[in-house]
Write a protein that binds this ligand. Structure first.
Ligand code: NDP
Length: 244
């Protein structure tokens, strides 16, 4: 067990699949009371049931992070101890081909959404006078350059600077804010792509010559949210098999 997690409360956005689903299960396994948020309520309800059947405590929250009204209705006034700002979307196109609709959707979901979630969470933490921990799930693509992902990369690098600024302003309230920057992690959505030739080509560029698995993020995430990471704030933790 990692110190400082038992009976804490956590919000995980984008908990209906991939990394968020894994993070919710990981935290529940550490005795954290988890609130799972996403738009697909049926998926998070069924994951809540799985967590409960394993002895954990889990709640489902229907949330669209790209909609300010949804954040207002779902989050304002709730003081979680831990917030994992994980919900995010990606789109691949050249910078010339990125249309306005895609650009807006990516920035609304990956940057403005986490900003509003973190702001609501921090206000509630400050009002409750108890501090807390926020982890913004960015990406190595927020740090390094790649083609065909200009909007996504812009959203994730913005998220990293947002993290640093929030950490600076909220440290005096006992709130730590860090960014987790995964490299290529295999999930149900990208497994087919990474099996294809272009996907295999990308994997060959990773020094460890493999895709990350969600469990590769366990130690880094638990470090950021537990008391073992209590002197870490405003930093970005890169977990990418040496890709950077
Ligand atoms: P998935 O597509 O598997 O999961 C994305 C999650 O975000 C889903 O649960 C989805 O739920 C949720 N989501 C999307 N839009 C919204 C919205 N508007 N409001 C609320 N929830 C939303 O992707 P991953 O698990 O791979 O990605 C999770 C995070 O990790 C993202 O921020 C991504 O950028 C980042 N990341 C992923 C990497 C990877 O290789 N997999 C590498 C680096 C970073 P629903 O549709 O039900 O709302």
């Amino acid at each position: 067990e990692w110190p400082g997690l038992l009976d804490r409360t956590a919000l995980v956005t984008g908990a209906s699949s991939g990394l968020g689903r894994h993070f919710a299960q990981l935290l529940a396994g550490q005795g954290v009371v988890v609130t799972l948020a996403a738009r697909r309520i049926d998926r998070i309800q069924s994951l809540c049931e799985d967590i409960r059947s394993e002895g954990g405590t889990a709640h489902a929250l229907e949330l669209d992070v790209s909609d300010p009204a949804s954040i207002e209705a779902g989050l304002v006034g709730t003081a979680f101890d831990i917030v994992i700002n994980n919900a995010g979307i990606a789109a691949s196109a050249t910078a010339l081909d990125h249309d306005d609709e895609t650009l807006d959707r990516i920035i609304d979901t990956n940057l403005k959404g986490p900003f509003r979630v973190a702001r609501a969470a921090a206000k509630a933490m400050i009002d409750a006078g108890k501090g807390g921990v926020i982890v913004n799930v960015a990406s190595i693509l927020g740090v390094r350059v790649a083609s065909h992902v200009s909007a996504y990369a812009a959203s994730k690098s913005g998220l990293i600077q947002m993290t640093r600024a929030q950490a600076l302003e909220w440290a005096r309230h006992g709130i730590r804010v860090n960014a987790l920057c995964p490299g290529y992690i295999e999930t149900e959505l990208n497994v087919d792509f990474f099996a294809s030739e272009p996907g295999q080509k990308l994997i060959r560029r990773v020094p460890q010559r493999r895709l990350g698995q969600t469990r590769d993020l366990d130690g880094p995430l638990l470090l950021l949210v537990s008391d073992l990471g209590s002197f870490m704030t405003g930093s970005e933790l890169v977990v990418d098999g040496g890709h950077l």
